[in-house]
Each structure stands twice: as C-alpha cells, then as structure tokens.
Write a protein that binds this ligand. Sequence first.
Ligand code: ADP
Ligand code: MG
Length: 619
Amino acid sequence: MALLQISEPGMSTAPHQHRFAAGIDLGTTNSLIATVRSGVAETLPDEHGEHLLPSVVHYNAEGGVVVGQKARMKASQDPQNTLASVKRLMGRGKEDLTLLAGHLPYTFAETDSSVPRIKTVAGEVTAIEASAKILSVLKRRAEETLGGELSGVVITVPAYFDEAQREATRDAAKLADLNVYRLINEPTAAAIAYGLDKKAEGIIAVYDLGGGTFDISILRLSKGVFEVLATGGNSALGGDDFDHAIAQWLLEQAELEQTHDPSILRQALMVARDAKEALSQQAAVDVQLGEWQGRLDNTVYRQLIEPLVKKTLMACRRALRDAELDKDQVVDIVMVGGSTRVPLVREQVAAFFEKEPLVDIDPDRVVAIGAAQQADVLAGNKPDEEMLLLDVIPLSLGLEMMGGLVEKVIARNTTIPITRAQEFTTFKDGQTALSIHVLQGERETVEHNRSLGKFVLRGIPPMVAGAARIKVTFQVDADGLLSVYAEETTTGTRASIEIKPSYGLTDSEIETMLKDSIAHAGDDMALRSLREQQVEADRSLQALDAAMQSDGEQLLNESERKQLLAARDKLARERENQNDSEALKAAIKVLEKAAEFYVERRMNRSVRDAMAGHRVDEF
Ligand code: ADP
Ligand code: MG
C-alpha cells in the first residue's frame, strides 16, 4: 500500500491543473450529481433535461439493467425485479431484515453471507450492487457533460448512518469505479450549499422532508467544523404520505373507497401526486378520477396534510431536546427535500422555530450542490484558505512507549485528513523487532487509554540500542480511517495496520474519556515522569550489564568490579521501590558517575581497536 494513498487537500494538485470533481446525493427516492463549473455549483441534467434520477433499478430476464425513470415505470408491473429505496437496505445484515422485509416486495435469497441478497430474474443482487448501478449512471452523465474523467467525488449520507451503512456506500462507489474523496452528512452538505460554513459559529437545524423519509439534524458549527448534536425524524414519513392522504380523499369523493382494483389505486396516487405538486404553486387544482371530476383547493389540502406536518414538528422538538437546546438558539434553518416546497410545510416550520427557514436553493438539489462544493475543494481546485474543516479527531492517537507510556502522535481536535510521522528507535542492543501498539485517548499511560490495535515491525537489522531509525506514520483519511505504517529507514522494512478509531465508540464514551483525562491530569503527569525515569534506569542497568559481560573482565580489576556492581544493585533497588521520579533520576546520576571511568576506558579501547592496523592519516 502506498504511503500517501489519499491525497491531502490543497497539496494534491498544481494550481493550473483543474480536476473534475462531483458531489453525489444518493437518495432514497432520487439521486443527483452536481459539479462546480466557473465557480458555480450546479446539478447536471440527463439528455432529456432531467436533473433527478429516480433511485430505481430494474433487472430483466436478458440480464439487462435499467436505471431511473424507465425503471420506475416498471415498478408496478414487475415489483419483484424493480429495486427501489435500496438505500434502506444499505449496510443492513440479515438480522435487520426481519424488521424491513415485510415492507418490501422482494424475495430474499437464503444465504450464508451476512449481506442480504435479493432474488431477481437476472440473478441475486445486493443493495450495494443496485446502488452501484445508480452511481454508474450518474458518473457517466457527469463525464459526458464535463468531457473528462472524474478524479473524485463526495457522496452524501444521512447523518444517522452508522459505520456499516457508510462502508456499504463506499463499496457501492468502488463497484461503480468512483474515487471517493469523502462521505459527508447530507445536512452538512445542505448547510455548505448555503455558505453557512463561512460563518463563525452557530446552531443550524436541517429539516429534510423527502419522498419517504423525514430527517431533522441539529448541527453546531464552530470554526468551520460541523458537529452533529442530534438527529431525529421518521423513516416512514414523507411526501408519499401526502400523496396517500390526497388519494384517500379522491377515492372518497369518487365513491371508490371500497375498491381494491390496483389500477384505480395507482391512478388515485398519480393524480394525488400531480395535484400536490401543482398546489405548491396555485390555490386550487382540477382533479379527475375515473368518472368523477372535481376540484381540490388549498383549504382541504391543508387539512389533509396538516397532521403529517405536525408529526415532523414533534420530531424537531425531540431532536432539540436531545441536543439540550431551545429553539431560539437555532440561528439558521435549512430546508431540504422535495416536500419542503409545500407552502404549509414552510409556514409551519417558520412558526415552530419563529424564524424564516432558508429556501432559496432548490430543496431537491441543495444536498448535491453542497457536496459538489466540497468535492471541488477536496480536488484541490481551490486555494488552501477555502479548505473546509469538517471533521476533527475526537481523541488523541498515539503509541505505546517503554514503561507503558503513551506518546501522542496526533492530538485530539486535529482536523482530518491528516498525516503525521514521528521517529522512534530500539531499546535494546540487537533488537530486530518492534512492537507497535496504537492507542487512543488523552491519558498518559497505556492502561488508561483505549487500545486500537497492535502490529510488529520485524526485520530490523541488529544494531546497538538507539541506533535504528524507525519512522512511524499515522494517517487519518477523510472518513476517519486510521492507517499506521512503521518503516525502518535504513533498510526500508515496513509493516502497517488499518484501524477505524471511531468504531464502536459513542459520543458519551468519548466525553467520559475526556473528563477522566482532565480529572487525572496531575496524577498522570507525575506518573509519566516516574515511568520515564524507570525506563531510563532500565536502560542504564542494561547497558552496564552488557558492557561488563563483554569486557568487564579485561578492563576492570576486582575491586572496581565490586564497586560498580554495588552501585548497580543500588540503582536496581531504587528502580523497584522508588515512587518519586526526582529521586530516581538522582540515583541514575549516581550510577552514571560511578561508571564514568569505565565508560572512558571502553571508549579509548574501541578507538584503539578501530585504528589497529591502519595508518593514522587514514582517519
Ligand atoms: P428523497 O430525499 O427521499 O430522495 P426528494 O427530496 O427527492 O426525496 O423528495 C421527493 C418528494 O418531494 C416526493 O414526495 C415528491 O412528490 C415531492 N415533491 C417534489 N416536488 C414537489 C412540489 N413541487 N410540491 C410538493 N412536493 C413535491
Ligand atoms: Mg433526500
């Protein structure tokens, strides 16, 4: 694996070289791709002028695959082979399916693999593979429009996506042959699109009402870093429910509420959807279902959907409570998702937060636009100052040193991506392997930090202690994935490990670790210096033992040897019993003083040995 596999923003390109980068909103209902051209981020349409690509994939018996609008039209005829809303399955294991499967029209294959496989006429497919098809269509669209290959993309994911769901998204991108600069949270992308990251700080609420889902995210922006304080919402509430409410009303008006005819139900839903979208612009709309003709006006429409809108506000209240915030602390409200075009939604949100929400950017496109801006920066198309600081390392990362001490390599709150290298050396003469123990946390000693992983660097050429040069590089990529490489620089011997430091650590655990570190800061410092002196003492004792073994007989007389051994044993005892680092340091000094004459004799001898047989001017 290459050492700096992930390019660092701002350093990656020469200024004159523009790279094609794009932002992708991989949505449950619709997906989009956007890019920055001449400084402006815009979504890219297909050849029919459509920006939104329905997130639907249809598989046919010939092994063919259709994506988008054409696939969506197959959904009702051929639901088994038409995968829609696969985002809900991303990163989900078989054990999650019991909850979801009942709502899905698919047949799942019996399989040993933990990833659920959906049976289609074209074979078994996973949500990852279906997502990859959607991404491929968007990739092609962008590359055809831009006239070149994409060097990288930013893909958005819901803020509540866990590691497995994010990993699944990255896997889909890999299958689609896309280089992912970074995954960013959808609400963060929306906030970026509105330029909120340029503000110094504040609390931002992102209200995202899509087709089938509602998400509310409470973000805190400080010094360019977005922190997700709380997320909430309802994974089964969206514009589709508005359609259902209107369709129900239509069926009642047409006296068809008893019907089970799927084609009438489908027609009712389609009429409902068109009526809904028209009512975002106008006060009333003519509607027709079967024989029945009538008019749906705003008053009735509002009554139909008001209970649904109220539900979203309840979720907002809950999210604020989770974040321990009052609604008047929210500085900006960003509206995302097609359903926020509904005037009643805007009004109710404004009334709830007592503030006008931001609606100027097309709510369908705002996430993709923010992602495109971020991608442009990450591609190196912007000067360094524009680098967005989106993520920080929550806890310091470091290595175990002799004495059970932790040496921090990357401090907490460092923004990622980041690469830091530090040099270490061997402790013993002839040491040929070095154990690398990677730790996370703020405390000074190993036992008080979280162990992330261990590996061993072998094949170090035998040298005297302290002579080997081992460079250890910590690299945290944009998604928080940590790679640690160790290299012995004279021989190039290497070893490495990849770790996900955030894995399995909740916010509250991070908080506890931080609080502990502050509470124990004083003790930790004292313990650290004691451990350092213990290591020092060990080193002195070992050096003396090794020396006496090799030439003590020749260079020391009996009484000198006795004297030295007595001094040695005194330090060894202090090493075991002394709890005060200063006292131990003094004891080390005493031994060093006592051994000074011996060290001198050894040096003289080695110079003599080295010169033996050579002429003086050779040196
Ligand atoms: P998702 O994030 O789930 O992929 P979108 O953000 O694309 O979904 O939102 C899709 C929803 O927005 C659909 O329910 C659609 O009917 C609704 N929608 C789109 N345009 C309008 C409009 N003008 N008025 C009301 N609803 C709309
Ligand atoms: Mg969306």
